[in-house]
Design a protein around this ligand. Structure first.
Ligand SMILES: Cc1cc2nc3c(=O)[nH]c(=O)nc-3n(C[C@H](O)[C@H](O)[C@H](O)COP(=O)(O)OP(=O)(O)OC[C@H]3O[C@@H](n4cnc5c(N)ncnc54)[C@H](O)[C@@H]3O)c2cc1C
Length: 392
């Protein structure tokens, strides 16, 4: 992303949250409908987020980032999603990739990539999902081969956010000597690697600007210094680093979408007046007040649960991961419930293509199927409650 500008100064998480709030309303929101309509990657918004340091939120301080925690990440993503959910999803994937690289990359790789991830000169993402295991992304079916001191990889990645747009992919695959799906590795794969082909045929219902596409890797040669962590540590990294970051970030994006829909609904019912009833507005109808209350309660409960899950994760509580998983499921459901209700209260205007709400309605659908999907999360939570093994 060569057009990026350097951040003026290193900023802390609180300043970056304030900056994200400003950019969400001044840059992301005005562009969001156009990004959706033209299905274009939000380069301008990303350039601004890079130049203000927001893309470096999760990068360690040694590399010029803000070294923020999960809580600050959630608050920033909530704000960005209120402006443009496609942009927020691209940023979430970049944050997940940042977390993996910060914890597992060899020192030379960290040095060459992380400072550029702060400024947006280097955008990264996760290429995990494969057709053979679907939403069970932690079980890749592809397997690397050893060849002349390198590994080579043939893999079909079924969905990748920022495909063809990111400068690198964090790719999962089975270790060359693996005998099970849990013996996997993660690799840093630059976009410039020979053998990467993007299938630009996916037309998502929502998040239309996040360049989600399938990706074919054919004989991609990966030097051993691009392996992230020890051999066969991929499964552990996906569970201990990627899962919490993605689940919390995804929940925050869902809640940001819901908040945007809620705010639009409040504005609509307060301004929509009936001539036949002496110019009284929808907000004065008791049933409308009741529905607005239900939306507000849903939003508050989703948010309260998300931050309780984060608190438990930061405190290292033994069962925190279950709350983290449940918080993503809850936020996805809150988002769907709030946005559907917003569509009803928005009447015919909301149903219209350019009414503002229908984009949020479409964007809100993604979280329920993004891995682990809401059903798979409930499968985990049910098994845990019953004392059954999560896998198998
Ligand atoms: C917009 C978008 C962006 C994405 N970006 C990325 C990305 O950047 N990187 C990446 O790696 N992936 C990405 N994905 C992929 C995503 O995370 C999931 O892997 C993908 O959506 C799963 O789709 P699938 O058709 O393979 O689902 P399937 O695995 O076929 O599952 C379909 C449904 O089956 C049911 N199901 C399956 N297993 C169970 C179970 N054990 N218990 C109960 N129900 C079950 C659930 O209802 C589930 O939703 C993206 C997906 C979308 C839609």
């Amino acid at each position: 992303m060569a057009t990026m500008v350097r951040p003026r100064e290193v900023r802390g998480p609180a300043e970056l949250l304030a900056e994200s709030t400003r950019l969400a309303s001044e840059v992301l929101r005005p562009a969001a409908d156009g990004v959706d309509e033209s299905r274009s990657f939000p380069r301008k918004a990303l350039a601004q987020l890079g130049s203000e340091g927001v893309l470096g939120l999760m990068v360690p301080k040694d590399f010029g980032g803000a070294a923020a925690g999960l809580s600050e990440m959630a608050m920033v993503l909530e704000q960005l999603a209120q402006g443009c959910s496609s942009t927020a999803m691209v940023v979430l994937m970049h944050y997940c990739a940042t977390a993996v690289l910060s914890t597992t990359a060899p020192p030379a790789l960290k040095q060459s990539v992380l400072p550029a991830m702060v400024t947006g000169d280097h955008l990264s993402t996760l290429a995990f999902s494969e057709l053979g295991s679907g939403g069970h992304f932690y079980f890749p079916v592809s397997q690397a081969q050893r060849q002349d001191g390198k590994v080579t990889l043939d893999a079909f990645k079924s969905f990748v956010t920022s495909a063809g747009e990111a400068d690198s992919y964090i790719v999962s695959t089975r270790n060359p000597e693996a005998t099970s799906a849990q013996e996997s590795d993660l690799y840093f794969v630059p976009r410039s690697s020979t053998g990467i082909e993007i299938a630009n045929t996916f037309q998502g219902l929502g998040l239309a600007g996040n360049a989600s596409a399938a990706m074919q890797l054919s004989g991609v040669a990966i030097p051993h210094q691009n392996r992230l962590g020890a051999e066969k540590s991929g499964f552990n990294t996906m569970l201990s680093v990627v899962l919490p970051h993605f689940q919390i970030g995804s929940a925050a994006v869902s809640l940001g979408i819901a908040k945007a829909a809620f705010d639009q609904t409040v504005a609509h019912v307060s301004s929509r007046k009936y001539e036949h009833a002496g110019q009284s507005d929808l907000a004065h109808i008791p049933r409308v007040q009741f529905l607005i209350a239900e939306m507000a309660i849903e939003l508050r409960s989703g948010r309260a649960y998300l931050f309780e899950a984060i608190r438990k994760a930061m405190a290292g509580d033994a069962d925190a991961i279950l709350d983290v998983l449940a918080a993503k499921a809850k936020a996805a459901e809150v988002s769907l419930a709030v946005v559907s209700r917003a569509m009803t209260l928005g009447g015919g205007k909301a149903f219209g293509r350019r009414g503002g709400l229908e984009r949020l309605f479409r964007d809100a659908q993604a979280s329920a199927v993004m891995a682990p999907s809401t059903d798979v999360l409930k499968d985990f939570i049910g098994k845990a409650a019953l004392g059954l093994p999560l896998f198998g």
